[in-house]
Design a protein around this ligand. Structure first.
Ligand SMILES: C[S@@+](CC[C@H](N)C(=O)[O-])C[C@H]1O[C@@H](n2cnc3c(N)ncnc32)[C@H](O)[C@@H]1O
Length: 291
């Protein structure tokens, strides 16, 4: 057995299972250090836990030295638009998801921790704003009504409403924990008069010609509900309104666990056509359809 010992962690253990567990300690060290802003500067040598965590990341190539800084691999690790300093939330979210999966939880987002719901909200706001700006800047510019499906902590609605003073939003959500966080955070953001948080599945949407722009993340919406939802979302759009549907295009386990499973872009285009959308376009992992 080829064992190598580092000050931070016995990286290659007695069994390959030890090696697997070591990956979690590396992930944990990234999260812990990000939270203390220690991915960009050396830890105080008296802070043994941080110093050892940094050593572990240096040994495994995630940190560079002289001065301490993230490697190119670490810089590329966060979801697009999310800074390295925010990696802590991402790490905690992923470890919690894997924990729920290992405990046998059914498919679905199933996040109940308020801090992690809030973290996802901030990350989603950044990610979705970038996607919408790239996919349909014209609609975003003139929009006065926005539908945020699976609003979570209302991160996207809050971000877009802050950017566009004339915009009002409705956030649909089915998770009691997320609904609670969203209502508190919208009120704290001073946007309660412009953002309505609704305890409603998108499969039960009945609004007619109420929105210019709708955001729907397919990866979290079970297929049956998505099929029911698409004609309803179309009906909820004003003439020339647009649906931006983020897709999980890769067939993998995390996508299945998220609740919506995989939807390749070509199939997404077909679903939008069947629902009656037109001028359908594909942008990376997003499909846009207009009313
Ligand atoms: C990853 S979270 C979205 C995060 C959110 N964009 C934010 O800014 O916080 C996905 C959400 O979709 C919700 N969801 C799942 N199925 C839904 C449905 N049929 N209708 C509305 N929301 C749904 C889940 O409860 C979950 O909170």
């Amino acid at each position: 057995m080829n064992e190598s010992f580092h000050r931070g962690l016995r990286l290659q253990g007695m069994t390959s299972f030890d090696d697997l567990v070591a990956q979690f300690w590396i992930l944990g060290a990234i999260g812990r250090l990000a939270d203390q802003d220690l991915l960009h500067r050396a830890a105080d040598p008296d802070d043994e836990m941080s110093a050892l965590s940094q050593q572990l990341l240096i040994d495994t190539g995630w940190l560079l030295t002289d001065p301490v800084r993230p490697s190119a691999g670490l810089l590329a690790a966060p979801p697009p638009g999310v800074p390295t300093s925010a990696l802590s939330g991402y790490v905690r979210e992923q470890i919690a998801r894997i924990g729920r999966f290992a405990a046998g939880s059914p498919p679905g987002w199933n996040e109940h921790d308020r801090d992690r719901i809030r973290w996802r909200g901030r990350a989603s706001g950044l990610i979705a704003q970038g996607i919408i700006e790239r996919c349909c800047p014209d609609v975003l510019q003139r929009a006065t009504g926005f539908l945020d499906v699976g609003t979570g902590a209302a991160g996207i609605a809050v971000r877009l409403c802050r950017a566009s003073p004339g915009l009002r939003a409705v956030g649909l959500e089915i998770s009691p924990a997320a609904l609670d966080v969203a209502r508190i955070d919208v009120a704290e953001a001073g946007l309660a008069d412009r953002i309505e948080i609704r305890d409603q599945s998108v499969a039960e949407l009945t609004d007619v010609e109420a929105y210019d722009l709708a955001w729907l993340p397919q990866q979290f919406i079970p297929r049956g509900e998505l099929l029911e939802a698409l004609p309803r979302v179309l009906r909820s759009l004003r003439p020339d309104g647009a649906l931006v549907m983020a897709l999980a295009t890769e067939d993998d386990l995390p996508n299945l666990v998220s609740g919506g499973g995989t939807l390749p872009a070509a199939e997404a285009v077909e679903l939008l056509e069947q629902a009656g959308f037109h001028t359908i376009s594909v942008h990376d992992m997003t499909v846009v359809g207009r009313r």
